[in-house]
Design a protein around this ligand. Structure first.
Ligand SMILES: Cc1cc2nc3c(=O)[nH]c(=O)nc-3n(C[C@H](O)[C@H](O)[C@H](O)COP(=O)(O)O)c2cc1C
Length: 442
């Protein structure tokens, strides 16, 4: 991507001459606010919310204010490029679409061709179209609302990775990884920080967990190994109590939940309502979602099952980065899950430089990626300056998706890339690969 800043900026100002303002705001707070106004209450709470008193969410943002970019003058920056190489792949920019589960929550409010009920199935395909248009890698989530094969079909030859939640069932893990390979994924990202779901007060106070309604479990529902577990469960139990009140009296909410499970389950909704499988699938998912017994040596098990590079996501402590490298990881993602897991944890940005330094000192240096708190191009610049090789974008493009589908994802991402390019120009840098700590104030 060459000089994208001026191109995007000029297009917006040119449209402004005709009285048009950007449909997707460029200001990060205005973007979030516009999305909040459009999204469902539960959808907004799930996407925007974090753990506990939201202190880590806030800390992730505040941290960016503590690192200041140093402007430099009289440097020839007439020709700029964001291009980079990551894990041997040439990319137009050091930016990826991070894994975001239950993405259907961002489009629940949208009316589409097939009516409102069809909107949830459009989330990942819309994201995939935007990723393909921009040529940026998409990290497909284990908790996606669309089977990975369908997302892969929309992506064409665009790069994609697969994010794995390490299920407590080995056969499901193996099946996910093998489906990811067949779907053309070029790396596996193992998320380590979510073996237990964080204490997410906003969702708790709404009594709302998407997965309990069948939302965000499409990878499982479409998986042959998972389906075997569901069938076994449906044979041996009456499928648990999801959707029933404590007194077992049906409520309107319970009926809605059952309907949601039936709609999300493969096959006819009507048949799913009468048979036990849809409920059994949700119960099975809640049972096998993840395991808290994992330790570093378990990484070797995964290593034996795939030849793809393995990156670990959720690293904050440099010792964990070193342990990951000692146990065969091919990349580190410094992330605190957007503040969704531990309240009052350190800002992810504060973890970045120590991890980068530890990885660079290691005998087997690997790429270090960063996420959590990036809202604009200056933030991307700052993360690259602290040593990240690339960044993952999260909530901002989800807000774009909520506002305007694939166009919204593209617009948000172009705004971020444009600001990155302009920041580079004004800091006297013509290539993302030149950005370093020298670009920050001491
Ligand atoms: C709604 C939502 C769902 C997410 N789902 C996943 C997921 O399925 N797997 C994963 O590894 N990370 C997931 N994440 C974390 C993101 O990959 C990323 O770490 C986080 O969004 C970065 O924080 P930021 O959005 O504040 O920049 C999710 C984040 C959000 C907001």
């Amino acid at each position: 991507m060459r000089n994208i800043g001026r191109t995007v900026q000029s297009a917006i100002y040119r449209d402004g001459v005709f009285g048009h303002r950007p449909a997707v705001p460029t200001d990060p707070d205005a973007l979030a606010e516009a999305a909040r106004r459009r999204m469902t209450r539960t959808g907004w709470s799930y996407v925007a919310g974090g753990a506990g008193a939201q202190r880590t969410v806030d800390a992730n943002r505040e941290a960016f204010g503590r690192y200041r970019i140093m402007p430099r003058q009289m440097v020839d920056v007439g020709e700029r490029t964001l291009a980079t190489t990551l894990l041997g792949r040439d990319l137009p920019a050091p930016v990826l679409f991070g894994p975001v589960g239950a993405l259907e929550l961002a489009v629940q409010h949208q009316r589409t061709h097939g009516g409102r009920a069809a909107a949830p199935r459009n989330a990942e395909p819309a994201l995939a179209r935007a990723a393909r248009d921009l040529g940026l890698p998409l990290v497909i989530s284990s908790q996606a609302s669309t089977p990975m094969e369908d997302t892969a079909a929309v992506l064409g030859d665009n790069p994609r990775w697969f994010q794995l939640y390490w299920s407590s069932d080995d056969a499901v893990v193996e099946s996910f990884v093998s489906r990811a390979e067949t779907s053309g994924c070029e790396a596996v990202v193992v998320t380590l920080d979510t073996h237990v779901l964080g204490w997410r007060t906003r969702d708790l106070d709404l009594g709302y967990l998407p997965f309990a309604r069948g939302e965000g479990i499409a990878q499982y529902l479409s998986d042959p190994e998972f389906q075997k577990l569901v069938a076994a469960r449906a044979r041996t139990t009456s499928a648990g109590t999801t959707g029933e009140t404590g007194s077992n009296r049906p409520t309107l909410a319970a009926v809605r939940s059952l309907l949601s499970m039936a709609r999300h389950h493969p096959g006819s909704t009507w048949r799913n309502l009468r048979e036990p499988y849809a409920r059994a699938a949700v119960e099975t998912f809640l049972d096998v979602f993840s395991r808290s017994t994992l330790t570093w040596p378990d990484l070797a098990w995964l290593r034996r099952r795939t030849t793809l590079p393995i990156l670990v996501k959720g690293i904050q402590h440099p010792d964990d980065a070193v342990a990951a490298l000692d146990h065969g990881a091919d990349g580190i993602i410094v992330s605190n899950h957007g503040g969704r897991q531990i309240d009052n944890a350190i800002a992810s940005l504060d973890a970045l430089a120590p991890v980068v330094d530890a990885v660079r000192r290691h005998a087997r240096p690997v790429p270090v990626l960063f996420d959590s708190g990036i809202r604009n191009g200056a933030d991307v610049f700052t993360a690259l300056a602290l040593g990240a090789d690339a960044v993952l974008l999260g909530r901002p493009w989800v807000y774009g998706l909520a506002l305007a589908g694939a166009d919204g994802v593209r617009a948000v991402t172009e705004h971020i890339l444009a600001e990155l390019d302009i920041t580079m120009a004004l800091a006297g840098v013509s290539s993302t690969e030149q950005i370093g700590r020298h670009n920050l104030a001491p």
